[in-house]
Design a protein around this ligand. Structure first.
Ligand code: ZN
Length: 221
């Protein structure tokens, strides 16, 4: 009925489900096993629902991209990744296929991240120059960020930070985030006037914003 019982000087019973789907009951020191079992039984529906929720969340988050999974995303396109011992560097991309020659998954991952960051720097530099001109908004400098679940930010001093993971997303999405952050240099909020500026340069900004929300786990592989 439950996997773990933790007794303490608490006054009430409680149930929690951990990420391993174990049912953990916290109970007062003096509660009887019969009372605890009754409590768990009474919450059986809640437990099942919660377990399903965790299960679904895990399934949705299971990575589908990565060197070891044989495919990678780059600017919105899917590419094959194969192990090839004949290449000289750890990682190589010829525009069609990714090749890697390391057995060490940590090293593989580091090389891949480094490569992505390099590409992000090049591509975003290009896009930010284009939109800064178009929007006639000057920024002081921009940098690559590694923020957790944050695509871009903009400081009051005019520094724009953009997440390197954006390089996995389609160009329209990269452009949306670039436009969004540049617009913040005119409007440091998410007011109607802010979105009006964004919409002038990205008429599909709403769908691009939703794309990012929906595909968060794709980019955080
Ligand atoms: Zn914003």
């Amino acid at each position: 009925m439950f996997d773990k019982l933790v007794r303490s000087s608490r006054r009430t019973l409680s149930i929690e489900i951990n990420s391993k789907l174990e049912v953990i009951v916290r109970s007062p020191n003096r509660a009887s096993i019969a009372d605890i079992n009754n409590f768990v039984l009474k919450h059986k529906n809640w437990i099942d629902q919660k377990k399903n929720f965790i299960r679904n969340k895990k399934a949705a988050k299971a990575p589908i991209y990565g060197l070891e999974l044989g495919k990678l995303l780059f600017i919105g396109k899917e590419y094959e990744a194969v192990k090839d011992n004949s290449i000289k560097s750890i990682l190589n991309f010829d525009g069609k296929i990714f090749k890697y020659n390391s057995e060490n998954t940590v090293q593989q991952r580091q090389s891949l991240e480094l490569w992505y960051k390099l590409q992000a720097r090049k591509v975003i530099e290009n896009r930010i120059t284009i939109f800064s001109d178009q929007m006639n908004i000057k920024y002081k400098k921009w940098r690559i960020s590694n923020a957790e679940h944050r695509w871009g930010s903009c400081s009051s001093k005019g520094t724009i930070s953009l997440n390197w993971r954006l390089i996995l997303a389609p160009l329209t999405i990269i452009d949306y985030v670039v436009i969004h952050e540049l617009a913040h240099l005119k409007q440091m909020n998410h007011s109607i006037s802010f979105w009006n500026i964004v919409s002038l340069y990205d008429s599909n900004f709403k769908s691009h914003r939703n794309w990012l929300k929906k595909n968060d786990s794709l980019l955080y592989f």
